[in-house]
Design a binder for this molecule. Structure first.
Ligand SMILES: Cc1ncc(COP(=O)(O)O)c(C=O)c1O
Length: 459
């Protein structure tokens, strides 16, 4: 049903996209010039090749970012609902973090020794996320990678269970797809020389029976998942699903790892803490240092003892876990300021209240335009999907994707000063987002829907 409607809209979306591409080029001559200059030294003209994948005719260059806004090279102000794809979920350059960095900048950046603030950072992590023991790393990718290594080391098992459509960073073991019922390497990977399908199995999210079928084999070191899939569109867990995973993993001696890198948006402390579920490991990354590279993984006291025993029993030498700059002085200062002064209960209250306002406003707009699309919200994170109700698994989420529609909506909004997350339709609220920012998005979104749903123009 929604496919037919979406296909009708495709003609308008394709026309709109063409107009918006022209408009983008007219509005952004300075970004286009910077792209030409950067191409002389950077692959695709950008420091990280992902920055080339936004769907803009040339990359959008940023001059400065503050709070919920940033300014581009052409002097245009944007309301940012992408927020660095969660890295800046607590706002750009939050004042307490900027202050802590200024102070730390005169006291040293990195020594590979623990800074005197370490005990306070540990306390802040436990106070916020609940788990008693922690290790710091540089990215959420690293956190997941290292947790998998620990899980194999302490269980003596090799296998990993994940969900179809998962993304946990560029962790080789998790870069899988399900094709004809088999778990295989993602076709898009570059330079892949191992088959993650040997040790990794992916099943459908929200399918407890499939999870139990696998775990009952007794050879899974861990099950790694987000509390809701957020990287293939959004797939929320059915009531009782994550509690069911907790119960099954305990029954079959498999460790449960919850990757809260994105669901940290749920509320202060993350999804699991708010739901009263205790995973074996929790991974938090992206915004915990206010946008500086830092991530952490937490674990129970029982696991801490098993991890220490595994390390002590291993021959001396490289553990394969850790990187040189992890836990450096500068990021410790930033984590402490973020967790104690920025990611506060009142900041979350504001974020969740505005996110609820946005959710209702978006639903109203869809209703007014008679569009069979849905909005899913996990706390301060919202997703627009081109299907009538939230998908149950990644297959349903993929079926609802529509590249032309998505591309046209993104560019229409961007050309009017509103940024959504690329690759899907994610909107994130930060403590600095205001009611005016929400109204701006809703007004422009309504104009976009009007443009998309008017009688088809000839191509
Ligand atoms: C759920 C989840 N975990 C981990 C990561 C990896 O984060 P990073 O790229 O900062 O390593 C991502 C990135 O999007 C993510 O969405």
């Amino acid at each position: 049903m929604h496919t037919t409607r979406n296909d009708h809209l495709s003609i308008n979306a394709a026309n709109l996209l063409e107009t918006e591409c022209q408009r983008y080029l007219q509005l952004h001559p300075a970004s286009a010039q910077l792209a030409r200059q950067s191409s002389q030294h950077f692959l695709y003209g950008v420091p990280l090749h992902w920055m080339h994948d936004w769907g803009t005719p040339t990359p959008l260059f940023v001059r400065q970012a503050h709070g919920a806004h940033f300014n581009c090279a052409d002097g245009i102000d944007y309301t940012d609902f992408c927020l660095g794809d969660t890295g800046a979920m607590f706002g750009h350059s939050p004042e307490p973090v900027a202050r802590a960095l200024e102070q730390q900048a005169r006291r040293g950046f990195t020594t590979m020794l623990p800074d005197v603030i370490s005990p306070d950072v540990g306390t802040a992590l436990t106070d916020q996320f609940g788990l008693p023991y922690w290790q710091l790393v540089t990215t959420a990718t690293d956190a997941n990678r290292f947790v998998l290594r620990w899980a194999r080391a302490i269980t003596g098992r090799q296998k990993l269970l994940v969900f179809d459509g998962c993304y946990h960073g560029t962790v080789d073991d998790t870069m899988v797809d399900v094709v004809d019922g088999h778990t295989v390497s993602r076709a898009s990977l570059l330079g892949q020389n191992t088959d993650p399908g040997v040790h990794t199995v992916a099943v459908d999210f929200n399918d407890l029976a499939a999870v139990e079928r696998e775990l009952a084999k007794g050879d899974y070191a861990c099950l790694l998942t987000e509390p809701a899939l957020t990287n293939c569109g959004m797939v929320p867990a059915l009531p009782g699903f994550i509690a069911g995973l907790r119960e099954l993993t305990q029954r079959y001696g498999t460790l449960l790892v919850l990757d809260e890198t994105h669901t940290i948006s749920s509320g202060r402390g993350g999804w699991a803490r708010n739901a009263g579920i205790e995973p074996d490991f929790v991974v938090v990354g992206k915004p915990i240092a206010g946008g500086l590279p830092a991530a952490a993984y937490g674990f129970s006291a029982a696991l801490a003892a098993r991890m220490q025993a595994a390390k002590d029993a291993a021959p001396p030498g490289h553990s394969g876990i850790g990187t040189t700059l992890s836990g450096n002085m500068l990021t410790l200062a930033a984590i402490h300021a973020t967790l104690t002064e920025v990611a506060t209960a009142s900041a979350y209250t504001h974020m969740l209240e505005l996110a609820a306002t946005l959710e209702h406003g978006l639903r109203d707009a869809l209703h007014r335009h008679d569009l069979p699309w849905c909005i899913t919200r996990i706390g301060a994170r919202l997703e627009l999907q081109f299907c009538a109700s939230a998908p149950l698994n990644a297959r349903q989420a993929r079926a609802a994707q529509h590249d032309t529609l998505e591309h046209a909506i993104h560019l229409f909004l961007l050309n009017r000063g509103v940024l959504l997350t690329p690759f899907h339709n994610m909107m994130l609220i930060c403590p600095a987002t205001s009611h005016q920012d929400i109204s701006k998005l809703l007004n422009i979104f309504a104009d976009c829907l009007t443009a998309l749903t008017q009688s088809p123009r000839k191509a």
